[in-house]
Design a protein around this ligand. Structure first.
Ligand code: PEP
Ligand code: MN
Length: 337
């Protein structure tokens, strides 16, 4: 159940409400939809409890839900959420192109790729300073120095920047440096991390875990929202199946299914699903056709020597060509790119 407070309800009402709900053995979470404070609880209240809670005053409405996800549901908000950062709107009519290298490797690398992507209608320049690697012996990312370079190079090209955060201890510094914070597939159910990005004040790209159901994915979005941050962008990036011709299996059904269930923007990362660059254009086209709000694509200027994920990276000029082809599909879908 969600309890929406009156716009003028003060902290005193909120405090009384939280104390009462807690005494009932509930775990209320407080957030805001921009106009009203919202208190979320897991279950519906009994008639008596509702009556008693109402007597506190300051309550606008109490909304029951048939699903465990509430704030991110279509039942809570019918119209699609649009997230605008520095003039770029994700979830609006425009399909947003996000691209860049898997990892930040050097200033020269970032500069060389960014220069070409900025000319190719890319709106968000992705690059990671913290890398979740399967092997402890692999390159782990440049850390804070990488964040600094990402921001430094941004001043030359003006695209928004996004990066992955893996650790609760890094959320503050990551949020300070980038426009959009990204939770990777391996951390989709790192609940402490989800709570922390719920408090970070920056939009969050939430990747679907590689073995997560759509419902679990939505519940992770709910975590971030329930802890104060309603600016969540879902990202389908492929799931584990028996198929081994690709690294993961891009589950485009999940985009169509999630679209029915949630008002949040949904983007697709075909790169980590495919694990190979030759089918990225086809997967991007299918993603735009199924209604994705954006694409997250890995691009490297020298993929053969990339520190990670070179095999699935497009060259900058290939991405530029792909954008032109996607434009026609976006238009056919009544959108732009
Ligand atoms: C990435 O985007 O670089 C990444 C590690 O992706 P995922 O979490 O989807 O594997
Ligand atoms: Mn990668």
């Amino acid at each position: 159940m969600l309890i929406k407070l009156n716009q003028n309800a003060g902290n005193e009402v909120l405090g009384l409400l939280i104390a009462r709900l807690t005494s009932l053995g509930l775990h209320p979470c407080v957030s805001s939809d921009g106009t009203h404070t919202i208190v979320g609880i897991e279950k519906e209240l009994s008639k008596e409890a509702m009556k008693e809670i109402s007597s506190i005053g300051g309550i606008h409405e109490m909304l029951p839900f048939s699903t465990p996800w509430k704030l991110c549901s279509r039942a809570f908000k019918k119209e699609k959420t649009q997230i605008t950062v520095k003039g770029v709107t994700i979830g609006g009519p425009e399909v947003i192109m996000m691209a860049g290298p898997c990892a930040i490797e050097s200033e020269e690398q970032l500069r060389s790729i960014a220069k070409q992507l900025a000319k190719a209608r890319v709106k968000v320049f992705r690059a990671s300073a913290y890398k979740p690697r399967t092997s402890p012996y692999s390159f782990q990312g440049m850390g804070v120095e990488g964040l600094r370079l990402h921001k430094l190079v941004q001043q030359e090209h003006g695209m928004l920047i996004d990066t992955e955060v893996m650790d609760v201890r890094d959320v503050e510094v990551v949020a300070e440096h980038v426009d959009i914070v990204r939770i990777g597939a391996r951390n989709m159910q790192n609940f402490n991390l989800l709570k922390e990005v719920g408090r970070c004040g920056k939009p969050v790209i939430l990747k679907r875990g590689m073995s997560a159901t759509v419902e679990e994915w939505l519940m992770s979005a709910e975590y971030i929202m329930a802890h104060g941050n309603h600016q969540v962008i879902l990202c389908e990036r492929g799931i584990r199946t028996f198929e081994n011709s690709t690294r993961s299996t891009l589950d485009l059904s999940s985009v169509a299914v999630a679209r029915q269930l949630t008002h949040l923007p949904i983007i697709v990362d075909p790169s980590h699903a495919a694990g190979r660059n030759d089918i990225i254009p086809a997967l991007c086209k299918a993603s735009v056709a199924i209604g994705a709000d954006g694409l997250l694509v890995e691009v490297h200027h020298t993929p053969d020597t990339a520190k990670c994920d070179g095999k699935q990276s497009l060259l900058p000029h290939e991405l530029a060509q792909l954008v032109l082809e996607l434009d026609a599909i976006a238009r056919a879908m009544g959108r732009s790119l």
